[in-house]
Design a protein around this ligand. Structure first.
Ligand SMILES: CC(C)(COP(=O)(O)OP(=O)(O)OC[C@H]1O[C@@H](n2cnc3c(N)ncnc32)[C@H](O)[C@@H]1OP(=O)(O)O)[C@@H](O)C(=O)NCCC(=O)NCCS
Length: 255
């Protein structure tokens, strides 16, 4: 069995080297987060490529750089492997449909109804979040951005921008990326992507208290969205957004 390890955030990631879970049960108000190190051995990448459908293979082949192509294959191969453990359907037999604003969903009729997922990739990791309701996940590698202040002012909610700009140095950088991952997780949970203006809702920017603070948009459901913050080795940070208070968060890091 994988062993639990406390990382810097409140979410505990079990560590594993393979996805060795024959069948998984997802209960109401549970969120499962799978983080996968994208740097995988060549033979495994070959196996993962075989799981993709023709459209995914074509997309993979369109990447100009091999590193991007391999990351795409691993991320989408693992989406299939992960969803296969919940649906008990072979990974290569799963079909995804793409919503109006680009949100991928598992095609209805495959496995149990009400199985939703979200995918994000950074340089090092893919994150795949799964729940019974539509949800969103985002991972980013915090880095120095020369135009961070102007980006925050032009893109984020004014409250977020001023909370970021009131900090300096690494604190400001951390706040910026906490904000960024939370906003991406929200727009992915709603399925809007960047079709919804990013300044029509406000999230907290401090690491420890991820929260949706306010919103004014018809995109939002009646109930609130709830946010989670998580961290992965090598400084990658992530956020997930879901329309319920999670009672259980299962998190696994496949390295
Ligand atoms: C597509 C978007 C939803 C996320 O993109 P991203 O952060 O660049 O990339 P991520 O790796 O986190 O997520 C990409 C995945 O999101 C999923 N996705 C795409 N559109 C989506 C939508 N409308 N809703 C939910 N998920 C979506 C797909 O699975 C996609 O994977 P794929 O491209 O390999 O098929 C969108 O928000 C975007 O284009 N962002 C650009 C980044 C940016 O400028 N952010 C502003 C600062 S907050």
């Amino acid at each position: 069995m994988p062993r639990s390890e406390r990382n810097n955030s409140a979410i505990l990631f079990d560590k594993a080297t393979t996805l060795d879970y024959p069948a998984l049960v997802l209960r109401s108000r549970e969120v499962h987060i799978w983080a996968v190190a994208l740097n995988r051995p060549g033979p495994e990448i070959e196996e993962l490529r075989k799981l993709l459908d023709p459209a995914e293979r074509q997309r993979a082949d369109r990447f100009r750089f091999e590193a991007d192509r391999l990351r795409y294959v691993v991320a989408h191969g693992y989406v299939r492997r992960v969803l296969s453990t919940y649906t008990k359907t072979a990974p290569e037999n799963l079909s995804m449909i793409i919503g109006k604003y680009g949100k991928p969903e598992l095609e209805q009729g495959i496995g149990r109804p009400g199985l939703h997922y979200s995918l994000s990739h950074s340089k090092e990791y893919a994150a795949i979040a799964v729940a019974q309701s539509p949800l969103g996940v985002d991972v980013e590698d915090p880095r120095e951005l020369v135009d961070m202040g102007s980006l925050a002012l032009s893109t984020f909610h004014p409250g977020e921008a001023s909370a970021i700009l009131s900090r300096s140095g690494k604190d400001a950088e951390a706040a910026f990326f906490c904000c960024w991952t939370r906003k991406e997780a929200v727009v992915k949970a709603l399925g809007s992507g960047l079709f919804m203006p990013l300044d029509c809702f406000e999230v907290s920017v401090d690491r420890c208290h991820p929260r949706l603070l306010s919103f004014h948009s018809d995109w939002f459901p009646d109930g609130e969205l709830h946010l989670l913050h998580f961290e992965l080795p090598g400084d990658t940070i992530g956020a997930a957004a879901m329309p319920f208070v999670p009672v259980t968060v299962k998190a696994v890091l496949i390295s």
